[in-house]
Design a protein around this ligand. Structure first.
Ligand code: FAQ
Length: 310
């Protein structure tokens, strides 16, 4: 019966035994995972665009090769995550179409423009840095296929974060102009990166249930704090600053205290009114249309093989 199934499911969660694709699970748990994993997958593929913008203008061949590898990794992450979502019974094409139609979200951070080369380094360092803090926690998510995809993704994100830090280090040790370019990129990305962790705990509608289901292991605010604590020493090592007059070390708590986040900005961007929302979706719709002949060709080939076999 459903009550027995529920009991079995609850016992597994309590014992930290992962839930697998063929196991019984409450429908709300399944739907919540499709929502989160789907949004996560969309973020990976939309997230290719801001950095891809600089592939043709990377300053050296070495930088170009590294960036190309990094952007390709993001496509791979999207593919693992779409596969993880499919194990829950949704179709990849359906959730992809929802993203193209603006009915499913992707991370707010990818709606900001990349104006100069320093932005590429800062994305690797701060955006991938934030992604790791969030995703290391998700390696212990209760749904097995999601948790396992995170393990591999985190290894790659850690290379991404280091390549970003190495790129910003070069700028930090460069000319006055390069230092100014880096500081400008940090100033523009700092607050949007803090918003990646989602609304504050009091305003996060999904958190309580996702924590109870052990999908989320830490709250949005806990992870945001962890990111700030990790990152401020790195900022200092670079000789750079954050655009936050209230950022201070609090000896008593052992944490950095930071200023108030402008939540209205996050909500604007999530609603579709960020600087690049339109451009990002337009690029993905265009790519989908331009790829129609590939899909048609693959279908025709499959059909031909079927007829031959018959
Ligand atoms: N942007 O109740 P909560 C990457 C939405 S890293 C847009 O707190 P939840 C790597 C939220 O979906 C980026 N929407 O929700 C990379 C919900 O909307 P809904 C991707 C946001 O799920 C680097 C509503 O607000 N990482 O891609 C944002 O419990 C470089 C209420 O929020 C992940 O997706 C936001 N920032 O917590 C790639 C990690 N924040 O569905 C390329 C997995 C919140 O009700 C280049 N996801 N919303 O319509 C998560 O950990 C969680 O989903 C959170 C949000 C923490 C993002």
């Amino acid at each position: 019966t459903d009550a027995q199934h529920q009991q079995h499911f609850d016992a597994k969660l309590a014992a930290d035994i992962s839930i697998e694709a063929k196991d019984w699970m409450p429908d709300a748990y399944r739907q919540n995972l499709i929502r989160q994993i789907g949004q996560h997958a969309h973020s990976e593929v939309i997230g290719m665009l801001p950095e891809a913008n600089w592939l043709t203008r990377a300053p050296t061949l070495r930088r170009k090769a590294v960036l190309l590898a990094k952007v390709q990794d993001e496509a791979g992450h999207g593919l693992y995550l779409y596969s993880a979502a499919e194990t829950l019974g949704c179709s990849r094409q359906d959730i992809y179409q929802k993203m193209l139609d603006g009915k499913m979200k992707y991370s707010s951070i990818f709606n900001y423009p990349t104006l100069n080369w320093a932005d590429v380094g800062v994305i690797g360092w701060l955006v991938d840095g934030a992604a790791i803090v969030n995703q290391v926690a998700l390696c212990r998510a209760s749904y097995g296929p999601y948790a396992r995809s995170m393990v591999k993704i985190c290894k790659e994100e850690s290379f991404h974060q280091r390549q970003g830090y190495e790129a910003v280090m070069a700028l930090a040790h460069g000319s006055e102009q390069q230092k100014a370019m880096l500081q400008d990129a940090i100033n523009r990305f700092w607050w949007p990166v803090l918003m990646m962790f989602g609304p504050s705990d009091n305003d996060s509608p999904h958190s309580a249930q996702s924590m109870a289901w052990k999908i989320k292991r830490h709250s949005n605010d806990e992870l945001r704090q962890k990111f700030v604590d990790n990152t401020v020493p790195q900022l200092e090592a670079l000789g750079m600053t954050a655009p936050d007059a209230d950022l201070t070390w609090d000896e008593a708590s052992g944490h950095y205290r930071f200023g108030d986040i402008d939540w209205s900005e996050l909500y604007q961007v999530i609603k579709g009114q960020g600087q690049c929302n339109h451009e990002r979706l337009q690029a993905k719709r265009q790519a989908w249309e331009n790829g129609a002949w590939v899909r048609e060709g693959a279908m025709a080939h499959a059909e031909k093989n079927r007829t031959r076999a018959a």
